[in-house]
Ligand binder design. Structure first.
Ligand SMILES: [Zn+2]
Length: 594
């Protein structure tokens, strides 16, 4: 063994010592103190470690997580009245989940999804990166410098390293907050071009939803400003790419992306009228399960009923209840598979509530004698979402047209007062859209459904579960990630150590002497929309899983993540050995962290 090789091994060894502490350094003391509820207020929860649960891996091989975005118990009740039948979810009530984020009692979808995808609380708007130290809730400690803005490994990334198949299904753009948090790392949920790029290079087995505009460059009619065509990248990487329900139904195996709308997919209630070629959430879920379950190592799948949230933002009860029932159908598909399989855990829970829906409202003076018909009849007449009605109204916001479209699509005779109220809300400068104005006023004046906000709410949400083993009682949203990781046989700390090594811990910044030594790195921003990390003579494009050295391109097991606020860059551990000219060493993953 020559000196250089010894140095490499020494570096790796020291790295392991350092990395082993990443997770534990941020865990907050007091978790074991059951008397002290402050123990619940932590950023990270990996309390269920696989080592303490022998045999659990054998029992559960697959996990399906289903999230009806932005709702709570009230929509479950309303959906049961509306359908006249028990829901699949009724049989699965297991507990409740707290949802607060690092900086607010009221979470947004990206920080909520970060919690259940990574086990960490983060700042609203952040996507699977550590919180900033601004506006931290008084119950939480200020996050360590190491944690701030650092990428956090997700259960999809962990499952993939375990050799499992992985999938994401949503009815929003797949680059939207909830799916984004499972497959990208960025401090701004609105940067969907960057999110989509990371998602493509994450190597997820099946992705179904909306949002193909973020795969395609502006010059070709898409939204990408970096000139890249990610559809071509997918095809180069052996994916099938489909964009209609028929094409999706014809798939029988293989890695697949199916994006069925340029932006979001249609609300379930609008699909028949406005987008009949789009598959339902249950159809996408069924196909994803069919494809993923062919992997003998098992799979992890996340399914989001993305638009229950938007319905509740709009205060639109028919849109909410129909999208929730479409979600319940998807849950049924997952549970039917789990029943047959016997080794599948199904977990469902909203990420937070939205709209503050109540059954009964203070605009209804006869509430003590509310009948079933009072509740459901107005909703049964609604054949489009309020957004769909607004689309039908178009630019003609006259009294006559508004009344005519509400009558045509909602079966409701809007009064002059209703329309006056709608137009007042629409034009009052608060920025509420026409669909919000319509559903707010019609809900108030023609239904018994009450609403308290057009925004999110901070209360607990229900936890629904099915499987051989599942969490029960009241849990925090961060605990869900640790539970999934435990059941699938990996640790989130270990996954973090494996995927996100901060480059500055191993290499020094280029000293600007005109040559780059092998231990120096530089973030090359020559092409600002496609930055490249250069370490010695190796190149690692940001947001991709590629390392190029000596003319050879390697696919890494994780992506390169750049955190602009701190200037730090993170690379998978295996890149270190490639950079130093030794073979990638997967064995490093099994090193224990005490
Ligand atoms: Zn949400």
């Amino acid at each position: 063994m020559d000196t250089k090789e010894t140095n490499v091994l020494l570096t790796l060894f020291i790295g392991l010592l350092l990395l082993g502490n990443v997770g534990s350094a941020v865990a907050v003391e007091g978790n074991s103190n059951t008397e002290d509820y402050s123990g619940n207020y932590t950023y990270f929860n990996d309390s269920v470690n696989c080592k303490s649960c022998p045999g659990s891996e054998a029992k559960i091989k697959n996990v399906i997580v289903l999230v009806p975005d932005g709702c709570s118990q009230s929509v479950q009740t309303l959906a049961r009245w509306y359908s006249g039948n028990p829901l699949m979810l009724d049989e699965m009530v297991a507990g409740t989940v707290s949802t607060y984020s690092a900086d607010s009692v009221i979470t947004d979808s990206s920080s909520a999804a970060t919690a259940f995808a990574t086990g960490y609380k983060t700042t609203n708007g952040f996507v699977s990166v550590g919180p900033s130290n601004a506006s931290v809730l008084s119950l939480l400690e200020s996050p360590s410098e190491e944690l701030q803005y650092s990428p956090l490994a997700t259960v999809i990334e962990g499952a993939k390293l375990e050799g499992k198949a992985t999938g994401l299904v949503a009815t929003s753009r797949v680059s939207h907050a909830t799916p984004a948090a499972f497959a990208s790392h960025i401090d701004n949920r609105d940067n969907e071009n960057e999110i989509m790029e990371q998602m493509v290079y994450e190597g997820i087995g099946v992705v179904f939803g909306g949002g193909y505009r973020h795969l395609i460059p502006e010059a070709e009619g898409g939204k990408r400003t970096d000139g890249e065509n990610l559809t071509e990248v997918l095809l180069d990487r052996g994916y099938q790419y489909v964009d209609s329900r028929d094409e999706m139904e014809n798939l029988s195996s293989g890695k697949t992306w199916g994006l069925f709308a340029s932006s979001h997919m249609a609300p379930d209630i609008d699909r028949g009228e406005l987008a009949p070629e789009e598959p339902s959430l249950a159809e996408m879920t069924g196909k994803a399960v069919e494809l993923l379950s062919q992997d003998k190592d098992g799979f992890f799948l996340m399914v989001e009923g993305s638009q229950v949230d938007w319905a509740n933002h709009a205060n639109d009860p028919a849109y909410a209840v129909t999208d929730f029932l479409a979600f319940d159908e998807a849950v049924k598909v997952a549970v039917e598979f789990a029943e047959k399989d016997g080794h599948t855990l199904v977990l469902a829970f909203p990420d937070h509530n939205t709209g503050g829906m109540t059954i009964g409202s203070d605009s209804d003076s006869n509430y003590t004698s509310t009948t079933v018909e009072d509740v459901i009849d107005p909703l049964k007449g609604m054949k489009l979402s309020s957004a769909g009605v607004a689309t039908k109204i178009g630019a003609d916001v006259s009294f006559e047209n508004i009344k005519a479209q509400i009558k045509a699509w909602w079966g409701i005779d809007a009064t002059d007062n209703d329309v006056t109220e709608i137009l007042e809300i629409y034009n009052d400068g608060e920025g509420l859209s026409l669909d919000y104005a319509i559903s707010e006023v019609i809900s108030r004046n023609h239904t018994v459904i009450g609403w308290t906000t057009h925004g999110h709410c901070g209360e607990d949400v229900p936890l629904w579960a099915y499987g051989p083993d599942y969490p029960a009682g009241h849990i925090d949203n961060t605990e869900i990630a640790g539970y999934i990781a435990k059941e699938l046989g990996f640790g989130l700390n270990e996954t973090n150590s494996c995927l996100f090594v901060e480059v500055g811990e191993f290499f020094s910044r280029d000293n600007g002497d005109g040559k780059r030594d092998e231990n120096e790195y530089l973030l090359d921003m020559t092409n600002t929309s496609n930055p490249v990390l250069r370490i010695g003579d190796a190149e690692l494009p940001v947001s991709k899983n590629i390392l190029i050295k000596d003319g050879v391109s390697y696919e890494l097991e994780g992506i390169v993540v750049y955190a602009p606020v701190t200037g730090k860059v993170y690379i998978p551990f295996e890149a270190l050995s490639l950079i130093n000219g030794t073979k990638p060493n997967r064995i490093l993953r099994t090193i224990e962290t005490e």
